[in-house]
Design a binder for this molecule. Structure first.
Ligand code: CA
Length: 231
């Protein structure tokens, strides 16, 4: 079981992250101070760190720098301020990912999984070459490991949710899902918003796939019911 270290001084956020990660079978430890968190990171083996930026004791900048000097485990930095995220990106501290609070716990889980998979592949690469997890359907290639999509060999950029939605449908072809199903699956119960979001995302995905409404090659609308990925 992969072990995650959360260094976060806002108890509610840390607990929410922990709950979601545990639901997804991760083992989680929380430290609410920078100094104790850094000590834990240096002295234990974790598979990933979710690191808040503003912390008592030692801040996230220093923790990231110090951990990175010794270990190459994935670090996801989180901050309430978008400006701070831009700043840390610019500093090149070596974090693997950045998230601005508030984010949906579902998105955190998705990113944690992706980074752990990527890291394990890197670590395992010395022993055996592992292939990326790829779905390929009639010219659409979805690289689940790298979270990249190629249409007839050309890469198209999908947002996190567009990617999750497309992947979910492509992994479950020929099954019809209602907008409600899709909203719950991709956005999660905790999300604010409504099922119109699904329609908007499907539209964007179709545009990127070059799918024409009414004569869809990939995502078909089942009127009054929902959508399915044709195979
Ligand atoms: Ca904080």
């Amino acid at each position: 079981m992969a072990k995650i270290l959360i260094i976060e001084d806002e108890k509610e956020i840390a607990d929410l992250e922990k709950d979601y990660l545990e639901m997804n079978n991760f083992e989680v430890e929380i430290y609410d101070r920078g100094d104790t968190g850094l000590e834990a990171a240096e002295n234990n083996d974790y598979d990933l760190i979710v690191l808040d930026l503003m912390l008592p004791g030692v801040d996230g900048f220093d923790i990231c720098r110090k951990v990175r000097a010794e270990k190459d485990i994935p670090i996801i930095m989180v901050s309430a301020k978008k400006d701070d995220i831009d700043k840390i990106r610019g500093l090149g501290l070596g974090a693997d990912d950045y998230m601005t609070k508030p984010f949906s716990p579902g998105e955190l889980v998705a990113r944690v999984k992706a980074h752990i998979a990527q890291y394990q592949r890197l670590v395992g690469a010395g022993n055996k070459k592992q292939e990326n997890d790829i779905i390929e359907i009639r010219g659409v290639k979805i690289d689940k490991t790298a979270r990249r999509v190629f249409i007839d060999g050309e890469e198209k950029i999908f947002t996190t949710k567009e990617f999750d939605l497309l992947t979910f449908l492509a992994e479950n072809p020929n099954k019809v899902y209602t907008k409600d199903d899709l909203f719950r699956t991709i956005w999660g119960m905790e999300s604010v918003g409504d099922i119109a979001t699904v329609t908007v995302h499907i539209k964007k995905i179709r545009e990127k796939l070059g799918d024409v409404s009414g004569d869809s090659k990939y995502i078909e609308t089942i009127w009054g019911v929902g959508y399915r990925f044709k195979i």
